[in-house]
Design a protein around this ligand. Structure first.
Ligand code: SD4
Length: 286
């Protein structure tokens, strides 16, 4: 019973690669890493990896994390000049004694591990920044300037894994780090129970430790859908101006049931399973 679920439209293409890996009998951890690489490497995906929107200073800084079925995890924050941060996060998990590396140290580690240092700014990245600077548009999150890829998978052996990768918010404060590399906030996997990943306004996801909260609700007996809805409902009561700071989650349990919910309309996720193939679905809002 393989399943892969991922956030936003770019998850659809990423799912195709993840599914091929799962279908060949490989592990969920390989599927989520390689699936997310597809979005990271695509210059037309402007919110993840190569070709991202830069920060206020015109610099692209990336966050990513990954978690396997043994409860191991790895993360990078404020990483520059590497196209595939989720793969660096996996190296942190597997080939270092740490969970998280940041900035210059993360870059140094990546280069030591054989990753190539490259300029991630495309013409689109530069032009959008020039435009933002000249117009002083200050819209940290809307449907066009954010969109982390989060991906959760279950493999043929019934093991779970999850990962996420993002450029954070377009034109963010230089040095800002979001929820995606924070285990428990942007991502959490417990192979006995389930997995969850967040997208949207990272500050809200961090304040509410959303992904961990969802997995804990699944542990207490809720379905992934009920768990996502419960945490979204809680978040709405805790964050007064939630309308300006939307958040969204996807979740998967050990039995292969999925859930998705957000505070605002327009959240699409991609689900690939045996019954229906790959589909882009609009999530419930509550
Ligand atoms: C962040 N959560 O850095 C990310 C951005 C995002 O959909 O997911 N947007 O806050």
């Amino acid at each position: 019973m393989s399943i892969v679920i991922s956030t936003w439209k770019h998850g659809y293409v990423a799912n195709e690669t993840a599914w091929k890996i799962l279908s060949s009998g490989r592990k969920a951890i390989d599927a989520v890493e390689k699936g997310i690489n597809v979005a990271e490497l695509a210059p037309e995906v402007h919110t993840v990896g190569y070709g991202c929107y830069p920060d206020r200073d015109g610099t692209i800084t990336l966050d990513a994390s990954i978690m396997d079925d043994k409860g191991n995890c790895g993360a990078v924050t404020y990483l520059q000049n590497i196209k595939t941060p989720v793969s660096v996060a996996r190296k942190v998990m597997e080939d270092s004694s740490h969970v998280m590396l940041s900035g210059e140290g993360a870059l140094k580690f990546a280069i030591e591990q054989g990753f190539k240092e490259e300029n991630l700014l495309t013409d689109f990245s530069k032009d959008s920044w020039e435009k933002w600077k000249s117009e002083k548009i200050d819209k940290p999150v809307d449907m066009h300037n954010h969109d982390t890829i989060g991906m959760l998978a279950i493999d043929n052996s019934g093991n779970l894994a999850g990962a996420c990768s993002t450029g954070g918010m377009a034109f963010k404060q230089h040095g800002r780090i979001g929820d995606s590399p924070i285990i428990g906030a942007g991502l959490f996997v417990d192979n006995d129970i389930g997995a969850a990943a967040g997208t949207g306004y990272g500050e809200v996801i961090m304040k509410t430790v959303g992904s961990f909260a969802i997995v804990e609700q699944i542990r207490l007996g809720l379905s992934p859908q009920e768990a996502c809805e419960k945490i979204i409902a809680n978040t709405k009561t805790k964050i007064p101006n939630i309308d300006e700071m939307p958040v969204y989650y996807i979740a998967l349990n050990k039995q292969g049931e999925i859930g998705a919910c957000g505070t605002k309309k327009g959240f699409e996720y991609a689900l690939y399973n045996n019954e229906n193939g790959n589909r882009l679905i609009e999530a419930n809002i509550i």
